[in-house]
Design a protein around this ligand. Structure first.
Ligand code: ADP
Ligand code: MG
Length: 417
């Protein structure tokens, strides 16, 4: 038991049918019918391998979005192929989620065999809950089609999808109401690691917050500053620009236009309030970079031209951040320092990421683009911990009890030991 949740150490698996929810959602290339990355699939391997080696009949549940999240869902068929290769054994797949064909296939499984069902979001109750803000209690989720059809065929439920732990949906929170439930190894590892950052970070504890998902950054900043988790927050990307705008600094009309176009105007006021309370802990860029006709330019605050769009931190800021990161004992990172996808505006992200790789402090990094940057600079092995979840990680760090964690605690009480 960890945090009130059962681990696989406590599960009797031989001959048991296990419903295992994983998060293998990856960017897809629809035209080629392939996946652009297989990181999350790789991360699921230890749990699946353990379930299979310990003699369970493994039924995998997963979702797959498209380029636009929650729209144009994509099949999990390519995932089965990748998983087969990674595991070195056959992963069966069926183009059905909980209909008669899927149920027959589950019943026919032998010990140690693995079946991946098709995208759980093809079942309407899974997605309307999220997209339409229609809320079902966990008890009501247990009465959805997915849970009512699949739970009777299973002996237990294992959730390994920490990256989806903030989602309140039947495949994630419904089964725990009716089946003995456990967390998988990846879930356990991610949960323990991020709990450690939150509860007892080695100090100084520095947060590096950049990127473009402003609502997430602000949600987290209020908590980690309010609770005293963060000793210092280094800001970059759009987050940094918004703070600078809040303090009345010239960041260029292009930068402001981008903020308003992204509907983040209201955050300028929020940033001002946050800076008033915690200003001494929030470090802002002292110079900014922009690109015209493919050429990078930089200027210190005060000398930034009126019309530009700042898309990276400047070299001086990068050096200040680098020093802070090298002195830190814990570093949490979410969001790149600039538009790192293009060469002229990648300097800040590259410099900060290299400092992350060099620091002796423990680094925890999350977020899709932050992970992409880590891979781009070939620093994956140099980070302390790379979390598969972006949204879940941020909500966890902002102190929310995640729906899946609550459900798993309930499911632990059904284990009868
Ligand atoms: P993550 O996926 O790591 O959580 P985000 O999705 O929040 O990070 O942000 C990443 C995106 O932010 C990248 O596509 C990057 O190009 C963009 N970005 C970073 N800095 C800026 C900026 N100053 N202006 C506009 N976009 C930016
Ligand atoms: Mg992103």
């Amino acid at each position: 038991m960890q945090f009130g949740i059962r681990t696989l150490d406590e599960a009797e698996l031989r001959g048991k049918t296990v419903l295992c929810r994983v998060d293998m959602n990856q960017p897809v290339d629809r035209a080629a019918g392939t996946l652009k990355s297989i990181n999350r699939i790789r991360a699921c391997v230890p749990t699946i391998r353990e379930l299979c080696e310990r003699g369970a009949k493994v039924v995998l549940l997963a979702h797959q979005g498209s380029d636009i999240e929650y729209k144009n869902f994509y099949s999990t068929e390519p995932h089965a192929k990748v998983l087969s290769e990674l595991l070195g054994c056959e992963v069966q797949w069926i183009d059905d989620v909980c209909g008669p064909a899927a149920r027959e296939k589950i019943k026919a499984l032998h010990d140690g065999e693995i079946l991946l069902l098709d995208n759980v979001r093809y079942v309407s109750e899974e997605q309307t809950l999220f997209e339409m803000k229609l809320r079902l209690t966990h008890e009501q989720q247990a009465k959805t089609l997915l849970v009512e059809k699949l739970a009777p065929l299973a002996d237990m439920y294992v959730c390994d999808a920490f990256a989806a732990a903030h989602r309140d949906q039947p495949s994630l929170c419904g089964f725990e109401q009716v089946l003995p439930s456990y967390m998988g190894r990846l879930f356990e590892k991610e949960f323990c690691t991020v709990s450690r950052v939150m509860e007892q970070p080695d100090r100084p504890c520095v947060f590096v917050l950049g990127g473009a998902k402003i609502s997430d950054a602000f949600l987290m900043m209020e908590t980690v500053l309010g609770k005293g988790v963060a000793d210092q927050v280094l800001t970059g990307g759009l987050v940094g620009n918004i703070f600078l705008a809040a303090l009345g600094k010239q960041i260029g009309q292009g930068s402001l236009d981008f903020i308003y176009r992204s509907n983040y105007g209201e955050y300028i006021e929020k940033a001002e309030a946050l800076y008033r309370r915690y200003g001494e802990k929030i470090t802002l860029p002292c110079d900014l970079a922009w690109v015209t006709d493919g050429v990078r330019h930089e200027a210190e605050l005060g000398d930034v031209p009126a019309e530009i769009a700042a898309i990276d931190i400047g070299e001086k800021t990068a050096e200040v951040y680098r020093t802070a990161i090298l002195q830190a004992k814990t570093v949490f990172v979410n969001g790149p320092m600039g538009v790192f996808e293009q060469a002229p505006s990648e300097f800040g992200t590259r410099a900060v990421w290299q400092a992350l790789a060099q620091t002796e402090g423990f680094t925890v990094l999350g977020g899709g683009d932050s992970i992409t940057a880590t891979e781009k600079y070939e620093l994956t092995d140099k980070m302390g911990y790379i979390c598969t979840g972006g949204g879940a990680l941020i909500r966890f760090l902002s102190g929310e009890e995640l729906p899946v964690i609550k459900a798993l605690r309930h499911g632990a009480s059904l284990c009868g030991k």
